[in-house]
Design a protein around this ligand. Structure first.
Ligand SMILES: *[C@@H]1O[C@H](CO)[C@@H](O)[C@H](O)[C@H]1NC(C)=O
Ligand SMILES: *[C@@H]1O[C@H](CO)[C@@H](O)[C@H](O)[C@H]1NC(C)=O
Ligand SMILES: *[C@@H]1O[C@H](CO)[C@@H](O)[C@H](O)[C@H]1NC(C)=O
Ligand SMILES: *[C@@H]1O[C@H](CO)[C@@H](O)[C@H](O)[C@H]1NC(C)=O
Length: 515
């Protein structure tokens, strides 16, 4: 107090006007602090928008082009253990779920080119490496699975002329093609020579030709895919950041009956437009899924390294049948009948093979599908639900699991003797669980900083400004009060020398009364 009085005394008199200036500065600092506190989130958002946009040479671009993560794909195969009994005595297929067979991947973008309209064009490159130490079996394990090329051909022929089906039966006789094949896991995934595809390749007219003579569920997927993607870089319009603008030069797949269902406008699942809320609907486009998949908020989660995120999952009716959810009609252009509840008919994207996609273990699908076979446990959200955890402010995926099951919709064709006893059935083939568990430490700590620092910085900056402003203000007011009282004393000391107690009264409240 003594020091304070000293400063006040020194700066009194001629400097009185300075104290009024100090009051103004104090008030100003408090106002700036308050304004900053309200504007701070907007400033941070603008910084985030700048930082995440894809720019040649930028950090976000580097992470997008060569993600510093090693995604893991776990494959589970349904081994058929009663193929003969199923065909000859009409037993339900008995399935044995084998796996996981785990592949560690390296993802990157190839042929990246910036266009001068806020878009980037590229191809996707994925490399798979089998990880025996993480797998519950070897790539050489022999499995018995439905002969997909054959059953595709026979199922497709059910509307063709009868003589064609009979011809098909004779050809299959000669080539000794059977409805089930025994192949190794590696062959089933990465390709084996299929006599039917080879024949088709040799005899079918060029324009209808299948592109391969090998069959494999992931055939030709190891390496750079030929599809050309054009996405928005977010430099001009952050709300479209990462969204596919064109896929192979087209805005739609060309398969579905409404522009919304057909649209390829979705992200690749690694980056999303920032500032995600719990009401945001994310869209992920995957060409093998044959559509853009909507994802809705499910819950708040904590991911590796203490980075909080939002979990997004497909809505429960995403694969609903059009008879229950009429808006799904667009995915059934040839129907009715349409794909059963909980399955998605992807045959138009699979060279007309009757491929039905579903979630693993028929999660959220018609229970009849699972009950038509034995050996599949009921689907559970924890193990079988597809999800993506995102950091909402930045729109970065923190953890993701693409979980999809591949089924073959077989139609009974009695004219083809090899498959005459193969009933109409949705036959599960395999499922996979593909994604990332955690980001590398470097990315994680940056994200954590982006989450933790803004609120602290906001509190610190506006708090400090407010506090300094308050100190200056109070100090200045006290000095002013003291100065005013002193003057009052000086003025009053001559006429009323005995009145010492006036000094105790708050002079500030009555500064003008004294003069
Ligand atoms: C798959 O099932 C067949 C019987 O159909 C069996 O011989 C084979 O050992 C099974 N494969 C594995 C890896 O268990
Ligand atoms: C941007 O330019 C690329 C290449 O010229 C083109 O393919 C794409 O359609 C353009 N996108 C927009 C939104 O104009
Ligand atoms: C994928 O290709 C790489 C080389 O490009 C090779 O090392 C790897 O073994 C292949 N993976 C599979 C599963 O074939
Ligand atoms: C799947 O779609 C194709 C082509 O639209 C159609 O021919 C086929 O009947 C559909 N399959 C099912 C099971 O709905």
């Amino acid at each position: 107090m003594r020091v304070h009085r000293g400063i006040c005394a020194k700066l009194q008199g001629g400097f009185l006007r300075r104290w009024w200036a100090a009051v103004a500065v104090g008030v100003l600092l408090i106002i700036i602090g308050a304004v900053l506190a309200t504007l701070f989130p907007k400033i941070v958002d603008a910084l985030v928008d700048r930082e995440v946009a894809l720019r040649d040479g930028g950090r976000a671009f580097g992470w997008w082009k060569e993600p510093p993560v090693r995604p893991k794909m776990s494959v589970y195969i349904y081994n058929v253990t009663n193929a003969d009994e199923f065909l000859n005595s009409g037993e339900k297929p008995a399935l044995q779920e084998l796996g996981p067979y785990v592949y560690i991947q390296r993802w990157s973008k190839a042929d990246v080119k910036f266009n001068n309209n806020d878009t980037v064009t590229y191809k996707i490159r994925k490399e798979f490496e089998f990880a025996p130490e993480l797998s519950a079996g070897s790539e050489d394990d022999l499995v018995v699975v439905p002969n997909i090329p054959m059953l595709s051909a026979t199922s497709q022929s059910r509307h063709a002329a009868r003589f064609l089906r009979l011809a098909m039966a004779s050809i299959m006789d000669i080539l000794k093609i059977k409805p089930f094949v025994e192949v190794s896991v590696g062959q089933l995934l990465w390709g084996y020579e299929d006599p039917l595809l080879k024949l088709a390749k040799d005899v079918v007219p060029k324009e209808q030709k299948l592109p391969y003579d090998q069959f494999g569920l992931l055939y030709n997927k190891n390496g750079t895919a030929p599809d050309l993607y054009t996405i928005f870089s977010g430099q001009d319009d952050i709300t479209k950041y990462g969204m596919v603008e064109r896929w192979n030069g087209k805005k739609g797949l060309g398969h579905w009956s409404t522009p919304h269902c057909d649209s390829v406008a979705g992200s690749d699942g690694s980056i999303f437009p920032p500032h995600i809320t719990k009401h945001t609907i994310l869209r992920v486009f995957d060409k093998d899924l044959c559509r853009a998949l909507p994802l809705v908020f499910k819950q708040e989660v904590m991911t590796a390294g203490g980075v909080p995120g939002y979990r997004f999952v497909p809505p429960a009716d995403v694969f609903a049948s059009p008879s229950r959810v009429p808006s799904q009609k667009c995915f059934c252009p040839a129907g009715p009948p349409c794909a059963p509840e909980g399955t998605f008919n992807a045959s138009l994207c699979q060279y007309d093979s009757p491929v039905l996609l579903s979630f693993p273990h028929f999660y959220l699908a018609d229970p009849m599908l699972r009950e038509a076979v034995t050996g599949i446990s009921p689907g559970e959200a924890d193990k079988h639900q597809l999800f993506i955890d995102v950091q909402p402010n930045m729109g970065t995926a923190l953890r993701a699991r693409a979980r999809v099951q591949i089924n073959l919709a077989v139609s009974q064709v009695s004219d083809i003797k090899q498959v005459a006893t193969f009933p109409d059935i949705v036959f599960p083939i395999m499922w996979f669980d593909d994604g990332i568990d955690e980001l590398p430490t470097e990315m994680r700590s940056l994200l954590k900083m982006a989450v933790d620092v803004p609120p602290i910085a906001r509190a610190a900056v506006s708090g400090a400004l407010g506090a300094i402003g308050l100190i200056v203000l109070i100090g200045a007011l006290m000095c002013l009060a003291r100065a005013a009282r002193r003057q009052e004393k000086l003025h009053l000391s001559n006429p009323l020398p005995a009145n010492g107690k006036t000094g105790m009264s708050p002079g500030f409240q009555n500064p003008t009364g004294a003069s």
